[in-house]
Design a protein around this ligand. Sequence first.
Ligand code: TPP
Ligand code: SF4
Ligand code: MG
Length: 298
Amino acid sequence: MTASTPVPAGSQPFTTKDYRSNLKPIWCAGCGDFGVATALYRALAAVGRPPHEIALVSGIGCSSRIPGYTNCYGFNSIHGRALPIAQGIKLANPDLLVLVAGGDGDGFSIGGNHVAHAIRRNVDLTYICMDNQIYGLTKGQLSPTSPRGLKTVSSSYGSFEEPVNPLLYCLAYGAGFVAQGAPADMDGLTALIEAGIRYPGFAFINVQSPCVTYGEEKFQLKAQKLRLEKLEALGHDPADFMKATERARAYGEKLYTGIYYRCPSPAATFESMARERRQELQSRAASRSSILDLFQTA
Ligand SMILES: Cc1ncc(C[n+]2csc(CCOP(=O)(O)OP(=O)(O)O)c2C)c(N)n1
Ligand code: SF4
Ligand SMILES: [Mg+2]
């Protein structure tokens, strides 16, 4: 069974409780990451893979605590290094469903280079970026997605820098699945995570996950509810790459949620190409004993 194998409706063998650990989250009350965790439990229950067949890898940050709150295999790893670790896990055991999660700083600052290479390598991973436009764990410094002008402990004059646009970034590097969700729409967020898991290749989901302690007012849940516009309601066609890039440009101004782009003909994954190549070479491989004979007769 692969991540994209659908479980027939009504026959889900697991419930959300099966994916939730007994560890009580230490996120601040009201942190958007609670919503991401809940949406993740729901999406995993809908996909129906048992927890022991799932690995969730994160970097370092408030958001990166998420593996500990699930019953799946988890690795709260190194700041900015979740993607290479997750790729290694997936290539070592391609039958595992491998998810990656972390913050905007983790993914698009220190780990930004890994995103580009994970995308072009196209390992079948679902990468959830919990984007709160701030470094939460280290107490509120500028992150790569902080808006220009934001005043923080590290930018008393206000940020002079243009923010990174995670959606455009992933589209530009060729990700086959790019989406954005928000805890203000839990059903939508759950559906996006499920769709990302079922996409056969690298899938990127940016989640606007408010930081209630250091985040700006306009990013909080209440404001999100007012700003949110569903791409589906705009008649957006996820197969239309040009339209996806056009709408992704509005990151920071508009809060579009839904699937920006889903490649209609997904490319072969790295692991499927590796498997094929191995099989091809295996049929031509000399037997172990004949190799030993070569050395013994030399
Ligand atoms: C190599 C390294 N550099 C810096 C840090 C300090 N550090 C820990 S988390 C973090 C940023 C967290 O921001 P983000 O990834 O956006 O996650 P959030 O806490 O906002 O969820 C930084 C700079 C670290 N742990 N390791
Ligand atoms: S500091 Fe911000 S991101 Fe971190 S747990 Fe608190 S609300 Fe969430
Ligand atoms: Mg952050």
